[in-house]
Design a protein around this ligand. Structure first.
Ligand code: FNR
Length: 378
């Protein structure tokens, strides 16, 4: 309504209302290699496209005469009362995407304003302590790329605890970089420009390893490369678990057997995702793994991302059992267009669409979406 009323008074919407529109404008706003890095995926990007297309194979069945005047989209996640079931997925080049070069801070401020939690990436332009400080009362999570150096991993986790993050998300599918033809073709990997390393360059354990701790932080790039790729195995899980009493969530679990093993190993949450098709091509769309992951999680919270482009997509993922739904590229494009305001715009639009859809289709609550017959395969 706000948008229609403003239009009545001649105020044109500042940001595009569709994902395609956001992408088009973001492409023009970003440096070409940053655009390629954000928009691109692995291989010929079949999985990336399939992630999005998968949502079209599911449809909500409208219920009438429900009078769903009020909808309840609140969710309890690890004991945190969240106003909505959306969250900002971790993205490692946010700094490069924002007009002022501090995209992690802008995104954190958008989280503060909307109540939508941010999962802050290890690879941020500003250190996690500064990012956390911008989140206001909205809970945040820290995403860990687990270094091979265990002391450094422990230091990052303990800093996240001290900074007030409410959970640790360990990403499992990125111990090597995916085969991304767009980045390979441009010969540019924006992270290697030396941005996004603040969590390392501000870390006492990392600094102690540097040959020249007071030199240009970009000099640390090679050290970063050497600590980044840790091919974790199930044998590492007890150690990971021992690092923190905060909720521990594993990102990248799609196979039900992996979900069961993770649950047995004492993790608190499952994060079903294929990294937006950036890491491996040829995989199943993440949405198709969701119901199996939810069943195997057997009551453990299941976060989901990969391919969510609209409020309707978020509703479908919730109906398939996701506890909370992550947004990736859409908010990065909003960030590119308008910093904090752009991210707020994307989140508010997704939430408004989801809420309106539930109103029109007669679903008052997230539980009602999960009742048999609410969501069917088209
Ligand atoms: C990511 N993603 C990601 N994930 C993670 O755990 N740590 C990270 O640092 C990053 N970095 C990153 C950079 C960029 C540019 C993108 C687009 C994505 C993956 C992200 O958390 C999420 O899984 C996907 O973005 C979800 O897919 P969609 O919504 O972008 O299709």
């Amino acid at each position: 309504n706000e948008i229609y009323f403003e239009a009545l008074f001649g105020v044109a919407p500042r940001f595009p209302m569709t994902f395609a529109g956001l992408a088009e404008r973001a492409r023009a706003a970003l440096a070409p290699d940053v655009w390629s890095y954000v928009a691109g995926g692995a291989g010929d990007e079949h999985t990336q496209r399939a992630n999005v297309a998968a949502f079209e194979r599911w449809g909500l069945v409208p219920r009438m005469l429900v009078g769903a005047k009020e909808r309840d989209l609140r969710v309890d996640l690890f004991g945190l009362e969240l106003a909505s079931p959306l969250f900002l997925a971790p993205v490692g080049v946010l700094g490069l995407c924002a007009p002022d070069g501090h995209g992690d801070l802008a995104t954190a401020r958008a989280a503060a304003r909307t109540g939508v939690p941010m999962v802050a990436s290890t690879l941020s332009v500003d250190p996690m302590e500064r990012v956390a400080a911008e989140m206001g009362g909205t809970p945040g999570f820290f995403q860990l790329y687990t270094p091979t150096d265990r002391a450094l991993a422990e230091s990052l986790v303990h800093r996240a605890e001290a900074a007030g993050f409410k959970g640790i998300v360990v990403t499992l599918d990125t111990w090597v970089t995916g085969w991304r033809p767009r980045d390979l073709g441009s010969g540019s990997f924006p992270q290697l420009r030396g941005h996004c390393l603040a969590n390392y360059t501000s870390d006492p354990v990392f600094r102690a390893r540097l040959k020249d701790p007071d030199g240009d932080p970009r000099g640390a790039v090679m050290d970063w490369v050497s600590v980044f790729g840790n091919p974790l195995t199930w044998d590492d899980l007890p150690w990971l678990r021992s690092l923190t009493e905060l909720p521990l969530i594993l990102k990248g679990l799609c196979h039900p057997e992996d979900v069961r093993r993770a649950k047995d190993a004492g993790v608190d949450g499952i994060y079903c995702s294929n990294h937006g098709g950036r890491q491996a091509n040829g995989g199943l769309p993440a949405l198709e793994s969701l119901a199996g992951a939810v069943a195997a999680a057997d009551g453990l919270p299941v976060l989901f991302d990969s391919g969510v482009r609209s409020g309707a997509d978020a509703v479908k993922a919730l109906a398939l059992g996701a506890t909370a739904v992550g947004v990736g590229r859409p908010y990065v494009y909003g960030l590119a267009l308008g910093g904090e305001e752009g991210v707020v715009h994307v989140l508010r639009s997704l939430l408004a669409e989801a809420d309106l859809l539930m109103a029109v289709d007669g679903y008052r609550s997230l539980e009602s979406l999960r009742e048999p017959g609410a969501l069917l395969r088209c």
